[in-house]
Ligand binder design. Structure first.
Ligand SMILES: Cc1ncc(COP(=O)(O)O)c(C=O)c1O
Length: 411
């Protein structure tokens, strides 16, 4: 199956077609970002199904819009808590009334830790991530000074370290029980921190496509490694959790997973909750998984401003390249109207994005018409737009602030 076939199949999930989205945006200034709420909710139902009976924590970095985070949390009783990416973000969300905030990425900037202490003293539930004694000592010193007890979560590395290949990511150095206990001992020495959670994020399953067009052999290898990875990471997560409990850690939760791994994460007996976020918007990053079926809920629309020749149009804006390892898959993809592609030599440009016909039968949009694109990653789209237009039944039903629209910048 070619990349185009796969992508077209993904678009079959859409309730609206080009005319539907174009009509919905009549009178809206372009560029604009939109979320199709019918598809967002369809995706949330799918995530809940794949979470089995477990509570689903929403990954805020993959949404970056308080109104949609609130919508997801109110959608089902099993949607519980947020996985945040920054301490100041957690404080800002707590001030808006969000509860049960797990900051999943360690940092110990004194002013930020102090802000968390103040929020916790005020009744907020914010848990900070650690993976080494130095972080614990810094956080504990500030918490002691502020007279609060901060809940902590230990990040355990779920990667599979093979000779010459790290099948996973480089984040936590905690790779075995002894390392986990060593961090726990430092936590237990302080009255100002308490270990309440363990997180083991299997990035190599959750975030790695295994049906990428044009790499059949690599896909097979990735699927093989994914299958081999699951029992190993479950064994490690189970051993670490058991050892910490035995050592006296009052664990409240064990977190695992992401959009691409819920099917296996929910089967880990040690896991008490799963996390997902990207599946709500379903960016192109998630098009190429054999077993995932999420609908493209988030789009952005650019205006066609020029027609350089009979086979091409040029849009204003568009150079919203996703983070991570550099590859063509990090570029946005034009999806509506069908049959257009980026101009390979130029890609998605800083200010202008030329498109050409991929399908010779495609009708080119005219000057002033919108072209709808999908971003490669989920929350990053919101770093380019102040607002999201929420679409339901073919019309804009609300306009909501993104983090950027609120002036929030954390990383
Ligand atoms: C620690 C952690 N948990 C879970 C996720 C999964 O998030 P998503 O469902 O948005 O892929 C991520 C994403 O990078 C993560 O870093």
């Amino acid at each position: 199956m070619s990349a185009n076939d796969t992508r077209d199949r993904v678009l079959d999930h859409s309730a609206l077609n080009y005319d539907g989205y174009r009509n919905a945006l009549t009178d809206q200034p372009l560029p604009a970002a939109l979320v199709d709420m019918t598809l967002f909710e369809q995706n949330l139902r799918e995530l809940l199904t794949r979470a089995g009976d477990l509570p689903l924590r929403i990954a805020s970095k993959s949404v970056r819009c308080p109104a949609l985070l609130r919508h997801a949390l109110a959608f089902d009783d099993r949607c519980r808590g947020l996985m945040c990416f920054h301490m100041r973000e957690a404080c800002a969300l707590a001030a808006m009334g969000f509860d049960d905030l797990l900051v999943a990425y360690p940092s110990c900037q004194p002013a930020d830790v102090a802000a968390v202490c103040a929020a916790v003293a005020n009744g907020a539930s914010i848990t900070l991530m650690v993976d080494c004694p130095a972080q614990v000592e810094r956080i504990a010193a500030i918490a002691a000074e502020q007279g609060v007890v901060l809940p902590l979560c230990l990040d355990v590395d779920m990667s599979w370290h093979l000779p010459g290949l790290n099948f996973g990511v480089y984040r936590s150095p905690v790779r075995h029980v002894a390392a986990a206990l060593a961090v726990y001992r430092v936590i237990a020495q302080s009255d100002a921190v308490r270990l309440e959670g363990v997180m083991g994020y299997e990035a190599q399953i959750a975030g790695l496509g295994d049906q990428v067009p044009g790499q059949a052999l690599k896909n097979r290898l990735i699927r093989l490694l994914k299958r081999g990875s699951v029992p190993r990471l479950q064994a490690l997560r189970g051993e670490v959790v058991a050892a910490l409990r035995e050592a006296g850690a009052p664990l409240r939760f064990v977190n695992g997973g992401g959009t691409g791994s819920l099917d296996s994460t929910r089967q880990d007996p040690a896991v008490t909750e799963v996390t997902a976020g990207s599946g709500l918007y379903a960016p192109t990053q998630f098009d190429h998984y054999r077993d995932l079926h999420y609908a493209p809920a988030a789009l952005f629309a650019l205006e066609v401003v020029r027609q350089p020749d009979a086979g091409r149009v040029t849009c204003l804006g568009g150079g919203y390249i996703a983070s991570g390892g550099i590859s063509p898959g990090k570029a946005p993809v034009p999806v509506w109207p069908r049959g257009l592609m980026l101009e390979p030599n130029e890609g998605a440009g800083e200010v202008q994005t030329p498109l050409r016909r991929k399908d010779p039968a495609a009708t080119l949009p005219g000057i002033g018409d919108p072209v709808f694109f999908r971003h490669a990653k989920a929350g990053e789209l919101c770093e380019r737009f102040n607002h999201l237009l929420l679409i339901r039944d073919g019309r804009v039903v609300d306009t909501v602030d993104t983090y950027r629209g609120l002036g929030w910048q954390f990383v």
